[in-house]
Design a protein around this ligand. Structure first.
Ligand SMILES: Cc1cc2nc3c(=O)[nH]c(=O)nc-3n(C[C@H](O)[C@H](O)[C@H](O)COP(=O)(O)OP(=O)(O)OC[C@H]3O[C@@H](n4cnc5c(N)ncnc54)[C@H](O)[C@@H]3O)c2cc1C
Ligand code: SF4
Length: 515
């Protein structure tokens, strides 16, 4: 049954089009809205039941997506648009309901951000305008990718810098280098004062959405299992405030600690902008313009500015481009034949004694977010070395993260994190043992395990499983010249039989939630 949340503003028989706005296209100046006319267009947003109850979504994520869309709908209505925010079993049911009310008008939309929605809307006869929520169009990326032998992100990024004229003078990189990674990558600092987090106070609409979500997922209004946090903004004004806060308090320090995990701060100097970039409240161009303006007028450090610019014009654009370039079948890849079921610790942080996992999964439970390195070096690393099925892990990440969209999760998980694509995105798997985690995190000191040990009851599961993973895939990795050092190290291990035994115990303990 369809239900109306926002009622219409005035309109007439002159209505000519229905404009469908997906929950990740909340931008007044992009997609179909840039040519919209309140006199002739009706704006429709659909909250499908599949979106809310189809899977065990993190409530904070549901809250963010829904409350942002409802605020956006209300803002459009205040501007004079006729708006319908419809609840329906599916998106197509919602569009049918809009047609039932307004007549058989043509439906226009921006190209959606997943293959699935693209297919559904195409079959329904929706007319698309090009997706301009990125800096690189899908055809332009295809041209670049079609010319490559290997899809090295750094090559794409340098071409982006030149094409977009960012931090480049006469074809040469500002600061004399394309990449300041070597200066960044510092371990977490000691005795460092992190700026306070920006809070986004909740308005009445937010509170109503939070209460509705509790009801929808079967939680009592006062249940403590989930209370909405003040972490995420749900309006464009809030997203802009987050951007301004980042520029003022975090941009300068972004680079040096971008690869570290601190015990006393969950966000470090990361921007927390991905949710707004992904749901449309912010566009990459305005974020980059603001960062470059701060660089020029406030003399922000080039190492940090370049590192941030690379994430946005490089990684983000590359991941989106590769999603469309690689096609819908890429999602199902499982090149390492990983079949383990999702470990219980991913859905319940009390099911592990590993201090690093407890911290990161706890952070995700608290606010549906962890920065790039916990996602890669802790969560994905464990999925990789335990041989967890990449699709099970992908589904869990899609459900839990505030910024998770199909286009961004699929290449990050299947390519970057679990090497399930056999090396299309990354030439070697991102597997790390306890020593590296000990360097880049502050978790090991209080942990039940010892990062230096690979055998014995207190051996660090990461250390044991790192070697076991190499051992299990030795035949495959021996052919990869970028893995030769690791395989050489494996061949020198004198305790391989004990290590294999310990690995079996660790995997069993992880499977039953006791490690
Ligand atoms: C396994 C895995 C899963 C991920 N899933 C997502 C996801 O679902 N959604 C998502 O937006 N990012 C994802 N990322 C990328 C990255 O972790 C997040 O974009 C980042 O942590 C968001 O926090 P931030 O805005 O503070 O980022 P910052 O560190 O401040 O970086 C700035 C921006 O760069 C962009 N960016 C950086 N790296 C990537 C990347 N690899 N792919 C796409 N954009 C990138 C993001 O838009 C981000 O907001 C994933 C990374 C990994 C390893
Ligand atoms: S010892 Fe191992 S399991 Fe424990 S915190 Fe360190 S890396 Fe994680």
């Amino acid at each position: 049954m369809q239900r109306r949340i926002v009622t219409a503003g005035s309109s007439t028989n002159q209505r000519k089009r229905i404009l469908y706005i997906a929950h990740d296209h909340l931008n007044r100046d992009r997609g179909v809205l840039k040519t919209a006319d309140p006199a002739t267009d009706v704006v429709v947003l659909v909250e499908s039941a599949r979106m809310t109850t189809g899977r065990p979504w993190h409530p904070e994520r549901l809250f963010f997506l829904i409350s942002s869309a409802r605020h956006f709908a209300a803002e459009l209505e205040a501007e004079g648009y006729t708006v319908r925010y419809l609840k329906a079993p599916t998106t197509i049911d919602g569009l049918n309901a809009a047609r039932a009310e307004f007549g058989n008008l043509p439906i226009h939309a921006a190209e959606p951000s997943s293959f699935k929605l693209m297919q559904l809307l195409t079959e329904f006869g929706v007319t698309f305008v090009a997706n301009d929520f990125f800096l690189t169009s899908r055809p332009d990326f295809k041209l670049w990718a079609g010319r490559q032998k290997t899809f090295v992100m750094e090559n794409f990024y340098r071409a982006q810098r030149v094409r977009l004229g960012i931090l480049v003078t006469d074809g040469e990189p500002d600061g004399g280098r394309w990449n300041f990674d070597a200066d960044n990558r510092l371990p977490p600092p000691k005795n460092y004062t992190w700026p306070a987090y920006l809070e986004h106070p909740r308005d009445e609409l937010d509170k109503a959405v939070a209460a509705e979500i509790k009801n929808a997922i079967g939680l009592a209004p006062d249940a403590v299992d989930w209370q909405v946090t003040n972490t995420w903004a749900t309006t464009r004004a809030g997203a802009l405030a987050q951007l301004a806060y980042f520029l003022e308090h975090h941009l300068e320090g972004f680079g040096p600690y971008e690869d570290a995990i601190a015990a006393d701060n969950w966000a470090l100097h990361h921007s927390l902008l991905s949710p707004y970039l992904n749901n449309g409240l912010l566009h990459a161009s305005e974020v980059i313009d603001a960062v470059l303006a701060a660089y020029e007028t406030q003399n922000k450090a080039i190492g940090s500015v370049e590192a941030f610019v690379r994430q946005v014009i490089g990684w983000r654009e590359y991941i989106n481009g590769m999603y469309w370039f690689l096609g819908p079948d890429y999602r199902a890849k499982n090149g390492l034949g990983a079949t383990r079921k999702l470990l219980p610790l991913f859905t319940d942080s009390s099911k592990t004694q590993m201090a690093c996992m407890k911290q990161v999964v706890g952070d995700v439970e608290a606010r549906a977010w962890a920065h790039h390195i916990p996602r890669l070096m802790v969560l994905s690393n464990l999925a990789l070395v335990t041989g967890t099925n990449p699709q099970e892990f992908l589904d869990w990440m899609r459900e839990q993260f505030i910024d998770a969209s199909e286009w961004v999760m699929v290449p990050n998980v299947i390519g970057m994190a679990t090497h399930a694509d056999g090396g299309i995105l990354m030439t070697k798997p991102y597997a790390a043992g306890g020593s590296y985690l000990n360097k880049m995190t502050q978790s090991c000191k209080g942990c039940a395990y010892d990062p230096k040990k690979r055998v014995g009851d207190d051996a660090c599961p990461f250390t044991t499983l790192y070697w076991d993973f190499l051992d299990r895939h030795r035949d495959r990795f021996v052919k990869n010249h970028r893995m030769s050092q690791q395989i050489f190290g494996l061949n020198r291990l004198s305790d391989l039989p004990e290590l294999r035994e310990r690995a079996k115990q660790v995997l069993a303990g992880l499977d039953n939630g006791t490690i």
